[in-house]
Design a binder for this molecule. Structure first.
Ligand code: F6R
Length: 364
């Protein structure tokens, strides 16, 4: 059932190109998006003046990426919130708002409670859900099913990737209906999405290089992931993968925040992973990495091909293919999943069933 892989997590990492492609193809008709199966009519989209994204864990990290993408493409405010916070803060919601709940299992207690709280206020809800017929899928007004297939490993990989894809699709369709992008941009974005599965495949093909690096880092006590914008959102997911399956204490920091406290933790040999896929933020994050280096940090850089000047600063570099900058999280997350996986393997840990964690958190 592991199809020749040692762990479900590795099998599921390899399933990502297929899962992402299926999710994309499920709404593509004649080269355009058709969201009628989801039940999102143009009128629903036009009327939406604010989006709230509510989720837990990795699904929340998808929401953080989506927040940047939707605000930039659709030009409406997006607020992303942890379900466990949202449900208790008595949120004041815009009557023309749309609440998007993201959940692989569709059973996460806090996410389900947040959905119910939203519906009680009469606000429209949309679930991005993987498990067909799950509670969130049944109770949300509309459902966008991700087609990841069953995910067994406790640490999510392919569900995360399909949730990102679903978010991009919504962003692009909303932007088209609200006329914030041109027809040409619409077509270009779809073409970029279609190229993502193959690029993910290419990154996975290079996994031995990550394995080598991860084995060297297996004794790391701490890891700090730093980036800006979408790269910061990627850092959150990379950091979670590292701590949940490898038991390495890790933190994700918006690179500009380092100076406000965290940099005092950097000493000789501390592992710092810089994520730099966003062209406009590249130099800014490089300068934060230089600051870490001068305090003795050991630096890994994750960036797109072409940014070779990173080698002046980083001790180890992973290059990923370019895509439109809005969608770069889909590529950058892959080496970070592999890092978490290989550090866990190098430490001889139970990769698929990390201690204290359950696949589906049905109690708060
Ligand atoms: C991390 C992970 C968790 C889940 C979170 C939400 O690898 O899998 O953080 O993302 O528990 O679960 P769902 O998506 O089922 O609501």
């Amino acid at each position: 059932e592991k199809a020749g892989y040692e762990h479900f997590m590795m099998k599921e990492i390899h399933e990502q190109p297929r899962a992402v492609k299926d999710t994309l193809n499920s709404v593509l008709k004649d080269g355009k998006f058709d969201l009628t199966d989801i039940g999102l009519a143009e009128e629903d989209i036009r009327r939406t003046s604010q989006i709230y994204i509510v989720a837990c864990g990795s699904a929340y990290h998808v929401g953080v990426v989506a927040q940047y993408v939707i605000e930039d493409l659709v030009k409406i405010p997006v607020r992303v919130e942890l379900a466990s916070e949202f449900r208790y803060r008595k949120p004041i919601l815009d009557p023309n708002g749309l609440v998007i709940i993201i959940s692989q299992s569709g059973e996460t207690a806090d996410s389900l409670a947040a959905l119910r709280e939203t519906k009680a206020q009469g606000i429209r809800t949309l679930g991005i859900v993987n498990v067909v017929g799950s509670s969130i899928a049944r109770e949300a007004d509309k459902v966008f099913y991700t087609l990841a297939g069953p995910e067994i490993s406790v640490a999510t990989t392919k569900a995360y990737s399909t949730q990102l894809m679903a978010s991009y699709i919504l962003a692009i369709e909303f932007a088209k209906v609200k006329n914030t992008i041109t027809e040409e941009q619409y077509e270009n974005y779809i073409a970029e999405l279609q190229a993502i599965p193959e690029k993910i495949e290419k990154i996975i093909e290079d996994k031995e290089r990550i394995q080598w690096f991860a084995a060297k880092q297996a004794n790391a006590k701490d890891a700090f992931f730093v980036g800006r914008g979408i790269d910061y959102a990627i850092c959150m997911e990379g950091s979670l993968k590292m701590k949940e399956i490898s038991y390495v204490h890790s933190e994700a920091y918006a690179a500009g925040e380092l100076k406000h406290g965290t940099i005092s933790l950097i000493e000789d040999g501390t592992l710092v992973i810089g994520v730099l896929t966003q062209p406009e933020l590249y130099e800014k994050t490089i300068s934060n990495m230089v600051e870490c280096k001068s305090r003795g940090a050991y630096l890994m850089g994750l960036t797109t091909y072409g940014n070779y000047s990173i080698e002046d600063t980083a001790d180890f570099v992973v290059y990923i293919p370019k895509t439109d900058e809005h969608f770069e999280a889909s590529l950058a997350v892959i080496p970070l999943q592999l890092m978490g996986y290989y550090v866990s393997v190098a430490k001889g840990l139970d990769v698929d069933k990390p201690r204290n964690l359950a696949k589906s958190v049905t109690v708060e």
